[in-house]
Every structure is written in C-alpha cells, then in structure tokens.
Design a protein around this ligand. Structure first.
Ligand code: NAP
Ligand code: G4F
Length: 341
C-alpha cells in the first residue's frame, strides 16, 4: 500500500487530495498545526480511530517552521510520496505578515526537501507552486514564462519553486512543481474572493445581510475546480521523469464577472448589493492570469472537468444549502432550549 504525506492537509487542496488518495488505496498521513480550536473540519469525514484495524488516515502535529518536527514525521512515516501544500496562502495577508509568510511558504519547502535529502529517503515530492509567481507577466502564462512576483507570498513561492528545481538538479530528487492557477470549491477559505462572494450571496438570499464589500473588481483570474486540480498533482508524481507544469483552464474572468454570475444564479442583481471598500485593495496587484496548460494536457493527459459557470453554481448552491442547514439547526436548538424552560 503506497504511503503519502500531505502538508496542509487541513486546507482546501489537502482535503481533496486526501479524498483522492484514500480512494486510490493509499495510506494517508497529514501534518496538522496545534490550534486552540478544532481545525480539521475539512478532513473530519476521513477520520477513523487509529486503533481500528485497516485505518489508513493519520494526522500528526508538525509545523513547516519547525524543521525537527518535519524530520521526526518523515522518519516515522517513511512516505513514498510527499505533497507540500502547507502555506500562509493569502496574498493580501502576506503584506501584513511578510516574514512569517516567507518562513512557511518559502523556507518550509527547503526544510522539507533538506530533511528528505539528509534522511536518504527515495520518495517523490510535489511542490505547490502558484500562478501568482508570474505577477505582472502578461497572459497566457506557462511553465516557461518568466516570474515577476508582486507580493511577499509570491516571492516566497518563487523561492520554494526554485529550490525544488535546485534539489532535483543537485541531488536527482524526483521533485515536481505544479504551477496552479486559482482553484476554488465549496471548501475554499472564506476570505478568498470567490468564496467571500458565494457566502455573501447565500446570506443576502436568506435575508441575513444586504451588502457585500469588495476591492478590485477588474482583476482577472483563471478559476478552476480544486477537485480537478488535485488529480493533476497526483498524476505528476506518477511520471517516470519529474517536471514542472502549469495547471489551469485557459479561460479567465474578472472578479466582477464572478460576482455577476453568482448573484444572478441566486436570482439577485449584484448592483443592488456590491460596494467597493478600498481596504481590500493590495499595495501591488496582479492584473490578469490565464494558463497555457498545453504541456500538462500533452504529457499528463490532464484536463479540467468543471468550467467557470459550473464552478460558480456549485459554490453558490453549496453555500445556500449549508446556510439553510445551519439556520434549520439553529431553529431546532432554540426550540429545544424553549422546551427545556
Ligand atoms: P489553504 O486552504 O489556505 O490551506 C493551507 C494549508 O497550509 C492549511 O492546511 C494550513 O493549516 C497549512 N499551514 C499554514 N501554515 C502552516 C505552517 N506554519 N505549518 C504547516 N502547515 C501550515 O490553501 P489551499 O488553497 O489548499 O492551497 C494549497 C497550497 O497550494 C498552498 O501552498 C497554496 O499557497 C498553493 N496554491 C493554491 C492555489 C489556489 O488557488 N487554491 C493556487 C496556487 C497555489 P491550517 O488549516 O491550520 O491553517
Ligand atoms: O481570491 P483572492 O484573494 O486570490 P489570489 O490573490 O489570486 O490568490 C489565490 O490564488 C493564487 C494563485 O494565483 C494562490 F497562489 C493563492 O494562494 C490564493 O489561493 O483574490 C483574487 C482577486 C485579487 O486580484 C484581489 O485583489 O480578487 C481581488 N479581490 C477583489 N475584492 C479580492 C477582493 N480578493 C479578496 N480576497 N477579497 C476581496 O474582497
């Protein structure tokens, strides 16, 4: 049974990748951070008591800023494949905490690669690189486009990308970088623009709020579905020869277009609800990203299955359903409490 280690397993991509690898028969190990509240919502459905025979899903406390915790996990797990997805992944937040972002998203990668190298492990390694690295380079962008990062996050990702290439070239590690364009889902973090919009659409639709404040509506992104993108990660590590691949749909839309589509899917007019708050502008913006993923199509046979409008509908429907469910739960809880008194 192949063994995989996923950093960032509690995040959007980590959770979809864990689902995929469990379905493929892997034993899956994930690193989680110590937190004062539960932070495993996205993978709780995979949890089985480790004492149970046949358990194939395990979580370990570790942190990408703590090299000794990474070395300890590597030695005890001895994985066949490592997926380094852990990061402070919010671009706007990286301007507020640049040093920490560089520590986790940049140095975290070299800590992991060095631990693999020093331990003499012959495992395959995936690095979560980002289209944000292209920054101000005009679209379409591919794995051969130059980088011009526009945020501390993107600078950290460029370092992590280049150090992964360096370990591959220096020590022959089977290390690949997926340069993923934006990918979203109902599990997307609530402060990224797509999920911020679809959650707000649900709250407006159900009468809980009236206004959504956004920043730059003109930015263009190539948005795909996270479930499709984790398949590309896995396929990269099944190749005989490691390499770097741009992964995206090849189509881009503005933030405004996403908002229009999301509100209209819920039967609302976005103009009645969206206002601009300059607080959400960034010191430096990435204007337009659109993938040229022809290498991935050609060599990996990878194609996205969900298109832009399918993604918007999936996210809006999921947020409305989740909110209805939680409101229903709230009503039941109030009814229970009233019955008690
Ligand atoms: P995400 O939802 O923000 O998840 C990030 C994960 O990293 C979480 O599990 C988080 O743990 C973990 N993490 C944060 N700081 C850590 C630390 N110090 N040590 C260990 N783990 C830490 O991000 P995502 O959207 O799944 O993205 C996965 C990876 O792909 C990230 O590296 C991101 O930068 C990159 N990427 C994402 C996209 C995209 O559009 N989604 C595109 C290109 C590249 P907690 O749950 O405890 O916070
Ligand atoms: O959803 P976003 O915060 O994603 P961003 O900055 O493109 O980064 C995401 O994708 C990268 C891949 O290219 C990943 F590497 C990274 O980890 C992350 O997953 O913002 C998208 C666009 C930006 O141009 C931003 O200025 O939306 C614009 N925007 C407009 N109003 C907003 C808002 N972004 C956020 N988060 N919140 C707003 O209110």
């Amino acid at each position: 049974m192949p063994k995989a280690l996923i950093t960032g397993i509690t995040g959007q991509d980590g959770s979809y990748l864990a689902d995929l690898l469990i379905a493929k028969g892997y034993e899956v190990h994930g690193l989680k951070r110590r937190s004062s509240s539960f932070n495993t919502d996205r993978v709780d459905h995979l949890y089985v008591d480790a004492h149970q025979a046949g358990a194939r899903f395990f979580l370990h406390y570790a942190d990408l800023t703590d090299a000794s915790s990474l070395a300890r996990c590597l030695m005890s797990i001895q994985p066949d494949e490592i997926y380094n997805l852990g990061a402070q992944s919010h671009v706007k937040v990286s301007f507020d905490i640049p040093e920490y972002t560089a520590d986790v998203a940049g140095l975290g990668a070299v800590r992991l690669l060095e631990a693999v190298h020093r331990a003499g492990l012959h495992c395959r390694y995936y690095q979560a690189s980002s289209s944000e690295m292209f920054g101000s380079i005009p679209p379409p962008q591919s794995e051969t486009s130059p980088f011009h990062p526009r945020s501390p996050y993107a600078c950290a990702k460029v370092f992590a990308h280049q150090i992964t290439v360096n370990y591959r070239e220096s020590y022959g590690q089977h290390a690949s970088c997926g340069i993923l364009f934006n990918h979203e889902s109902p599990r997307r973090g609530e402060t990224f623009v797509t999920r911020k919009i679809t959650r707000s659409v649900a709250r407006i639709k159900l009468g809980l709020e009236d206004t959504l404040y956004l920043g730059n509506l003109d930015a263009q992104r190539d948005w795909g579905f996270a479930g499709d993108y984790v398949e590309a990660m896995w396929i990269m590590l099944q190749q005989d020869v490691p390499g770097d691949y741009a992964i995206g749909t090849g189509e881009s839309h503005s933030v405004r277009e996403f908002a229009v589509a999301a509100f209209s899917h819920a039967g609302l007019d976005w103009r009645d609800h969206v206002k601009i708050d300059p607080r959400y502008y960034r010191p430096a913006e990435v204007a337009a990203l659109r993938a040229d993923a022809s290498r991935a199509r050609r060599e990996l046979g990878w194609e996205p299955r969900i298109d832009f409008s399918g993604l918007v509908k999936m996210m809006v429907d999921a947020d409305i359903e989740a909110l209805e469910h939680s409101l229903q739960g709230g009503v039941q809880a109030v009814a229970r409490r009233s019955a008690e008194h």
